[in-house]
Design a protein around this ligand. Structure first.
Ligand SMILES: [Zn+2]
Length: 249
């Protein structure tokens, strides 16, 4: 039987008369075959490194999961289309900010906010650096704004935290550790400010209640009366936000 390392990186399969390409990723951590669709609507099969799995088994697995694959690919493709139509705009605190790219003689790419737009300066002929500059811009401002809002809300709610970390979390918007470290996903900064504030209030409320009990939600409601609306907004728009911020990378 062929070893996992002999599997190709890419293959395709016919599902309901549609040829679907997929990538194969070997993982040391995975225990079973897993499916994943990224923000560019690419399908990936995660294969446990330690088990002997053949391409035939992968194909069988894909056919078993065909309903899930077709449904979720369609969703992801729609989101990727929406995101790519807006490539000349930066989504920042719910606002669409036009991006202007200027080539200059400098060596580094930088993103500088200017009235009503974001100017991205890149070295001549280095368009691929646009994404990097935008990502840096997002992270820097996400960190500043989220920290500022969290400090303000913490005073209002009379809670204290150790520190705030704004980083890349693939699946979560925010979290609160037992050591009172609040972590936020920098991509959150693309969402409207009221939504960002809701996530902040949610994590701060975990400093009082380490669960999602009724008492926890009462605290959230007290400091963010429309939290249900914001929660719904995130559920509906979360994937689009990720696509709008990740497709640059
Ligand atoms: Zn929570």
């Amino acid at each position: 039987m062929a070893a996992v390392k002999d599997l190709p990186e890419k293959s395709s399969i016919l599902i309901d008369s549609r040829e679907i390409q997929y990538f194969i990723r070997k993982s040391k951590r995975a225990k079973h075959l897993l499916l994943h669709i990224d923000c560019n609507a690419a399908l990936e099969v995660v294969v446990p490194f330690r088990r002997k799995i053949t391409l035939k088994q992968i194909e069988k697995f894909l056919l078993e999961k065909r309903c899930w694959i077709l449904r979720n690919l369609q969703k992801a493709e729609e989101i990727a289309r929406k995101a790519s139509r807006r490539r000349n705009f930066l989504l920042f605190l719910g606002r669409e900010v036009p991006i202007e790219i200027i080539e200059s003689k400098r060596k580094r790419a930088t993103a500088i906010p200017s009235t009503g737009k974001l100017i991205v300066k890149i070295p001549i002929g280095r368009k691929e650096l646009v994404a990097k500059a935008i990502q840096r811009f997002y992270k820097k401002h996400a960190s500043k704004i989220i920290t500022h809002l969290a400090e303000k809300k913490a005073r209002e709610m009379n809670v204290s935290f150790s520190y705030i970390s704004v980083r890349s979390q693939k699946t979560l918007w925010g979290s609160c550790s037992p050591r009172k470290v609040l972590s936020f996903n920098w991509r959150l900064i693309a969402a409207p400010q009221v939504v960002v504030e809701y996530i902040i209030v949610h994590e701060l409320a975990h400093l009082k209640h380490r669960n999602h009990s009724k008492a926890f939600w009462r605290t959230v409601q007290k400091y963010c009366p429309e939290y249900k609306k914001h929660e719904r907004w995130l559920r509906k728009n979360g994937d689009l936000i990720k696509a709008r911020t990740d497709n640059w990378l």
